[in-house]
Structures are given as structure tokens and as C-alpha cells.
Write a protein that binds this ligand. Sequence first.
Ligand SMILES: [Zn+2]
Ligand SMILES: [Zn+2]
Length: 239
Amino acid sequence: MFNFGRAILNYCSSLRQHALPPLCLLCSAHARCGNLCAGCRSDLPHLPVERCPKCAAPSRAAEVCGACLAHPPAFDRVLAPCAYAFPLDRLIQSFKYGGKLAAAPALADLMWPVVSAEAAPDLIVPMPLGAQRLRERGFNQSLELARLLAARMDVPLARAACARVRDAAPQSALPWKERDANVRGAFVCTADVRGYAIAVVDDVLTTGATLNELSRVLYRAGAVRVTGWVAARTLAPEH
Ligand SMILES: [Zn+2]
Ligand SMILES: [Zn+2]
């Protein structure tokens, strides 16, 4: 008997095979596979192998960096594949501020080798966005990344475990030294996370002040390990 549904499926898959290759999210050249062309992929600002085991900043002989020695962060460590630099910064900005959601799988792909090399967490938590910021942007970029990584790793996603209760001034508008105070008291954890190893997903790590504050809240709620997973970390002279 003629299977109409199967015929449509076959037709669709043959269309897909003959479709043009996808376009690179950064330069619109044809990308052979994934969402980035080979040129842009090789231009990605990968972090050096020798980096601080706490905050992933480049460090000599992979020792704990001066900033982490002076002010030990609350989080266990940060896993990041790249520096927040050209051309990745453009991709992240178009994702976050331009609503280019197609960037999410490309960023999650970039994070995958780094985050899957470690022991899987018990729970994945997206960095919460304040209500006002969420209204302006229409989506939480960290949740989009967390959702993809949680599905791929088969780890539960706790999208509402934490909330941002105070919309602080944008961290990027503040001098680095004031960022700690700016995020103090910004988060609450409403889930029972006692005994859980947690990965907090965010797009970019700057000073680490925001991740540090959320980690404090999660540890206070009983988490046993908090790791930050980010697509990129800034390389600032202060760090
Ligand atoms: Zn390209
Ligand atoms: Zn460090």
C-alpha cells in the first residue's frame, strides 16, 4: 500500500540533501558543516591550554592566577573554550542583542568539548536574567545555551531554580571594582539543591562577580560544587 506519510518524509529528506549548504553566521560564506565556515572557525580566539584552574584566565604554567589567589572565588572553576574577542564577540553580540538565535547551537557546539571533558553535573542552571532585561530582550541567552547543553548531556535543566530578584545596573557600565557590590543580593535560589553538583551556564564571564554571587547563593542552599560554563571569558588587563 502506498504510504503517503513515508513518501512525504522521503521527499523532504531528498530536498534537504540537495539544499544549499548553510551560511556562516559570521561572514555569510557557505559553511560546509555547522553554522560557521572553516575560515571563521579557525579565527576563533581559543584560550591557551595554560590557564588558571579556577577562572580560566591565561596563566603561566596553568597556575592559579593572581586575581584568584588574592580573592578566591566562591565557584569551583570556570570552563570556557574561548576568549571574548573577535570574531566570537560579534557572534555573541548578535545572539544577545540582535536576537540571532541560530548562534545558540554554534556556541553550544563550541562549549561542548570543554564541558563534556569533565564529570557531568547533577543539575544545569542558566544564569538568571532580571525581569526587566528579559522583557527588553525577549529571551534569556543563558537559558538557550543551557537547554542545548542539558539535552546533549542528558542532565536535568533547572530553569527556574534561581531568580534574579534585583535588576542591578548593567555590569558592563561599572568599573570592575564596583561589580562585586553591584550584584550582592541579586539572586535567590528557590529549589532544593542540597548535595548537588551544579553547572551554571552563561554566555560570557567578565570579572566573574555575577557567577561568584550566584555560586554563593547556591552553596548557601546546599550545593556541593558550582562550576561555571561559559562560551567566552574576557581577557582584561586587570585580571
Ligand atoms: Zn565565516
Ligand atoms: Zn584565576
